[in-house]
Every structure is written in structure tokens, then in C-alpha cells.
Design a protein around this ligand. Sequence first.
Ligand code: GLC
Length: 443
Amino acid sequence: MADVSENPSLLEQAKSVLEMNDRGNYTQPAHGLYPHQWLWDSCFIAIGLRHLDVDRAQSEVLSLLRGQWHNGMLPNIIFRDDPQYRTDRNLWRSWLSPFAPSDVMTTGITQPPMLAEAVVQIGKKMAWPERRQWYRQVYPALLAYHEWLYHERDPHNEGLVLQIHPWETGLDNTPPWMEELHQHRLPMYIRLIEKLHLAWIINLVRRDTKSIAADQRFSAIESVAMFDMQLRLRRKAYDINKILDHSLLTIEDLSFNSIFIRANAHLRDIAKSLREELPDGLEAHMHKTEKALETLWDDYAGQYYSRDFVTHRLLKTPSVATLLPLYAGTISEERAAKLVKLLENEHGFGPAYPVPSVPLNAFGFKPKGYWQGPTWVNMNWLIIDGLNRYGYKDHAAALRESTLEMVEKAGCYEYFDPRNGEPAGAANFSWTAALAIDLLKAK
Ligand code: GLC
């Protein structure tokens, strides 16, 4: 097989996708479907952009901070200030919260904390004096964000942070969450829609299925359930105490917490290099999270799972999240080896174009079903990074190679069929382009 990193066309193609989606100081994930600024998208995008233009990578990150709430939260979306997007902004009404910024409109939920990683990766492109300045510039916001996560999202001081909407995981319709939703938490009126087979009406008003085939997105029932959950959060003006008082779905998500652990390690390093002491209690809390991750391990299945916040029941539905503790980097060599074994199974997580968001042999695997089967380049990037740090250099190299081959063959799509690499979802998707650039340069 030809080495794709020697082929300039992929690099050129990826660059042009980023240029096409550039909106000045931030990059939209894709034209049409995703016109706003998304939190973890911009972090992944900055990781690629740093190879092209360090200043522009910095502005990608800094523009995220415009949306930071006064309590430290970073919202998953900052809405574009354009009359045509008034409906999107009104669906959230972030102004209902006293903590929301007044000059930009945002959602009231967050997304996986990839910010520290982006900051560090950009920093690697700078000499020390500049890097120090860069760290200084972002440290207060980063620290406030991590403190907010602990303060609001770990109310029982257990170490793990909870998520209040599937969108917060970034893996929107991932099976562990959807299973919970279907089995335990669908409101009555949604059950009725399902029972009376009225789901087709919902599809008439959906925007995502106008450009992407319906079988590649949420089911109609799932999408109305998402919307219903969003409205519940809005009714409580995004006040966490009110939300937790009578919560619908609260999960300590495995992928979110794995990413948080890595982000904490980066935050620690940044503070250390600035000779800043982390605030009292934060270091201990960070340590607790690393230990708490191990409570998500299921000995029988030999893998990690997310957990219900209220009952502490593990949600034993397979998904790509099980591999993300490799990225967290704090699990034992022995457990890391067990996860690597999962990756080697061609009927599970190791088909022709890995890593599928749901293993092939799992019930409900859908090859083009959004987060219910397809391969996503951001997941691969996290897993490659973890494999490298655990010393699985060959596995990391093979995954890098198959990822680049997949993108080169099919284009910078949002996701891919893991059996044959066929593209699906939005075309010209920014993080696919940015992370392909990073993987190309990482050799
Ligand atoms: C979808 C993805 C989410 C991403 C967003 C914008 O909602 O599931 O992870 O951030 O699109 O690309």
C-alpha cells in the first residue's frame, strides 16, 4: 500500500475544507447543517490548524472563550449572530440564566473538555517565551472551566462528572444513552407518538434529515426525546440544582470522564510550567477522578462502561467509549492490554476501517447510523494518542494508516462505514480535515 502521508493531495484537500469552513475567527464544522461554533469541534480543528498557521489556531481557541459563562461553563455551541439563525438561538434562550454572557448567545450545556489538549498542542508549536504567554492567556479560563465541572457536575464529590443531555457527550445517539432513554425515561406523550406510529410527522419538521438520509441520523423518536430534554433544561433556566432535583437522565459518561482525566493532566502541566499552584482541593479532586474511573470497570466483560449517576448502575451497552480510558492514560498496563485486544477483533472493534462507534457484533450496529456504528476520525485520533502513550506503537501506526487511507479514498466526510470505508453524513467536515492534517504531520 502506498504511504498516504507522501501524497500531497490529501493535505491539499484537507486544507481547502478548512478554508471553506473558515468564518474569520472560528471554523464551522460543516456548511449548512452546522453553521455555528461547536466546542470540541473547534478544539480538534485547532489541533490541525496549528500546522498551517499558529495564530489562526490560537484564534480558534480564543473565540471559544467568548462563550464562557460567568460560572466557568463552556457551552457546546456559540450561535452565529445572524437573523437567519434566530430560531436556533431562541430554542435555547441562554439569556434565561444569570450566568450566560450578554454579548453572545449560546446553548446551556457543555461538551467533552478537549480545550486543554488543544492549548497544549498549539503550545508545542511555540518556543518557550511565546508558549508561556499563550498559556498565561488561556489559563484562567481553562481553570475556571475545570473548576466549574467539579463544582456543578460532581455534586456528591465522587470524582466522576455527570452529563445532563446526550449532546454533552458529543456522541449524540450513542447506544448506552439511547437505551436508557428508551427503556426508562421517555415521557408519556413521546410513548404515545411511538405507539400510534406518528413518528413520520416529526420527520417533516426536522432539519438534519433534509440534507442527510434519515437512517443515518437519530430516529424520529430519539430526536423528539432530545428536544424534550432540552426544553426541560431551559424551563429550569440551566440551574443545575433545579435540574438535579428532578432529573430525567444523568449519566457519568465514560468518554467524557476519560477526556477530562487527560485534560486535568494537561492543566496540571500548564500550571506547573507557569509556576502556578492549583487552587486548594483541585489536585485531590483530580486524583479522585483517576481512581473513580476504575469503578467503571466490569471484570466479567473486561471493559469500562458509563454509569447512571443516581443508581450507580453500569450501562453495559457496548460503544467506542470503552476504548477511551486508553486516552485517559491512567489505567493499568494490564487493563490497557485488555482494551487493545478488543481493538484486534475484526468482528468487534477491528474491521477493515476501524474504529467503529459500536462494535460490529453488537446488537443494533448500524454501519451508517451516526454514533451507532460508523467510524469517526476524532475517536481514532484519541485512541491513536492513547495507544502511542501505552507503547502500542504498531497498533497506533496501523490505525493512523487506515484512518488516512479511508479519508483519502472517500474525502473529508463526517463519518464512514467501518466495513468498507464508504463515506456518510456531512461532506467537507472540518474536524475530519483538521485531524487528517495532524495525523499526516505526526509521522
Ligand atoms: C454532531 C456531533 C457532535 C458535533 C456536532 C458538530 O452533533 O455528534 O459531536 O460536535 O455535530 O459537528
